[in-house]
Design a binder for this molecule. Sequence first.
Ligand code: AMP
Length: 216
Amino acid sequence: MRIVLLGAPGSGKGTQAKLIVEKYGIPQISTGDLLRAAVAAGTELGKRAKAAMDAGELVSDDIVLGMIRERLAEPDTEKGFILDGFPRNLSQAEALDTLLDELGKPLQAAILIDVPFDSLLKRLTGRLTCEQCGAVYNIYTNPPKQEGVCDKCGGKLIHRADDNEETIRNRLQVYQQQTEPLIDYYEKQGKLHRIDGEGDIQAIFQAVSAVLDGLS
Ligand code: AMP
């Protein structure tokens, strides 16, 4: 199963990706997570990416494509993968198609988690992430059982550095300008599936699962 999850920041695609990992046993490849790990580890790549991330801009294509190329060469992607947060613009989408063609493993579907723009700001300002396991919560829509503590691993819940209002506005704008055209790109390839991203997490996951079950 080889899929791309599309959706604005705050659409819940990371949450859905984690549910897909649990049910279907294929790895989630999140360029945002890979970049945050590189920043935290203080690697050369992390240093190059940090300023763009703090500002809510896209990191350069060469950095991100290099990371994806390396990650897709790992054996756990043999059975498939979910790309989350990649591609983010048309040139990344084209580069991905070329790479997967070379590997003889073309994408099967692009799943758009569709959330009205007005809801996104609130979702993002309320978002909390577990610093230990990466589980995602929201103080408005999906709070943890105990304030500040991860239900799954007991880790500490933190606000991501780029989940502040100014950076959020920029990330949403970058999404509209650079990432939204991918909806059309995958629609033309006949690979796009739209899922209503508002409402209960499990109900959304059922709709996602129905698409995935239709692929295999
Ligand atoms: P995310 O966790 O997907 O919201 O990504 C957080 C930040 O990492 C984004 O605002 C970008 O600065 C950077 N980033 C993540 N994925 C990409 C990508 N595919 N291309 C460029 N920048 C990215």
